[in-house]
Design a protein around this ligand. Structure first.
Ligand code: NAG
Ligand code: NAG
Ligand code: NAG
Ligand code: NAG
Ligand code: NAG
Length: 399
């Protein structure tokens, strides 16, 4: 793979004369319009139910200047993974240039192997591409509400990349304690730590986590969706503080929601640079009813078979991505491409710009929020995230 250097273009004489004027104009523009777009490493973590959603997702977030790391869960049968790879690279010859496959690992839902898999992806991304600035973690059921080009510009705007800021959706503070009680006070083992590929479950030991009461760090409650600055990614992979914290979370439940946020919240190098929202729209509530353990599917339809239940909510979310998508190529995705992110061939520029204005307004709101603050209030429809009481598979229970 080669990353073409961008050679400065020679300037023609009339342009040279205009240059001071152009520079003056540039200085008069607001800072956010000026910064060069940053490049992004996207990680697409694919499980069996989301295999069919991958080709469209990759197409919709693809851009030559970015890096794409794709992972197929090892629990997906080998022939199916091979087939998915073949289909993927048939999508476009350009993919060869910047789409990388992460060798398959077993990923246990709600277990530490989700964190380990994300760390593997960050490692590959840091090795493969010299200059991405942000790392965005996606699953097959995410879908963009902002075009990639605009994502690259918006992450370069304000003080985000200038201050190496990472984005986390922290939960409301009164839930941090509950969350710790449900997920950290007992020891839970992700059986994929056995190195046995047929093992993938989180098992409750029903014994206390001895360090829970004495932990001198603050257990941070957040969502598993993040936008991480390269500086934070390098820190998480290479620093001994992060390594020790990883072990402190190895036998916990849902560590993917707490490990990264806890490192960022507690370490003095990052606790003054967080942004309190991960720019993801997740539908947890509908007509006052909590969805339970899993969020609602955003492509759910009303009984009339014509109305997309969450369409308006999506249009007010002001986020970069929505989830969870269940249906491949649904009319809702076509609608989003035309009216929201504008990546279709015939976008409606009025609604696309209106959505972008909402995103800018939300970013202006969240940019100065305090550390660990609940950023959801800046984002139209976002509803609070509650920790769910844990019910992992219980075997080998000792009483
Ligand atoms: C941002 O990260 C770079 C690379 O790790 C580092 O050299 C720089 O000092 C960091 N800047 C800030 C403001 O933390
Ligand atoms: C791996 O685990 C399975 C049960 O899930 C067991 O039958 C098998 O013997 C284990 N393999 C090894 C090498 O222990
Ligand atoms: C950041 O962390 C350090 C060390 O834990 C702590 O002393 C400091 O008060 C924290 N700063 C903020 C702004 O949270
Ligand atoms: C390890 C980890 O944090 N994975 C998350 C990456 O993002 C997807 C969806 O955006 C989540 O489902 C994963 O939990
Ligand atoms: C602007 C910023 O960095 N956000 C917050 C992150 O955390 C610190 C510590 O609480 C806050 O002071 C910042 O406002």
């Amino acid at each position: 793979m080669s990353w073409p250097a961008r050679a400065p273009l020679p300037l023609a004489p009339p342009v040279r004369l205009l240059l001071p004027l152009l520079l003056l104009l540039l200085l008069l523009l607001p800072a956010q319009a000026r910064a060069a777009p940053v490049s992004i490493a996207y990680f697409l973590q694919i499980s069996e139910p989301t295999l069919a959603l991958l080709p469209r997702l990759l197409r919709s977030v693809y851009h030559d200047d970015n890096l794409y790391v794709v992972h197929f869960d090892k629990k997906i049968p080998l022939w199916q993974r091979r087939h998915a790879e073949t289909i993927l690279f048939k999508g476009s010859p350009r993919y060869k240039h910047n789409v990388r496959l992460l060798p398959s690992e077993v990923v246990t839902y709600r277990g530490i192997s989700m964190v380990l898999n994300l760390l593997s992806a960050m490692h590959l991304a840091l090795d493969a591409h010299p200059d991405w600035t942000y790392f965005i973690n996606l699953s097959g059921s995410d879908y963009p509400l902002v075009s990639v080009h605009n994502q690259m510009s918006l992450l370069a705007s304000r003080d985000f990349s200038a201050r190496n800021r990472s984005f986390f959706s922290f939960a409301e503070p009164d839930w941090w304690k509950d969350s710790k009680r449900f997920r950290y006070d007992r020891l839970y083992t992700d059986t994929s730590l056995s190195f046995n590929d047929s093992e993938s479950a989180v098992v409750d030991s029903y014994s206390d986590q001895p360090i829970s009461d004495v932990a001198a760090f603050t257990f941070a409650a957040a969502e598993a969706w993040m936008i991480l600055h390269r500086d934070f990614a390098s820190f998480v992979l290479g620093d001994s503080y992060a390594r020790r914290m990883l072990l402190a979370f190895a036998y916990s439940l849902e560590p993917e929601e707490h490990f990264f946020a806890t490192v960022a919240y507690n370490h003095p190098r990052f606790n003054t640079s967080n942004v309190s929202h991960s720019l993801r729209h997740v539908a947890w509530m509908h007509h006052g009813v909590h969805s339970g353990q899993h969020p609602y599917y955003i492509d759910q339809q009303e009984p009339d078979g014509k109305t997309w239940t969450f369409r308006e909510e999506i249009e007010n979310s002001a986020c970069f991505f929505t989830r969870k998508v269940r249906v491949q190529d649904s009319g809702l995705l076509t609608y989003i491409d035309t009216h929201v992110n504008g990546i279709s061939d015939n976008p409606n520029s009025i609604t696309v710009n209106a959505y972008l204005a909402k995103v800018n307004k939300a970013l202006d709101c969240v940019v100065d929020m305090p550390n660990g603050a609940y950023g959801g209030n800046c984002f139209g429809s976002e509803k609070p995230l509650k920790p769910s009481p844990s019910k992992p598979k219980s075997k080998n229970v000792k009483s």
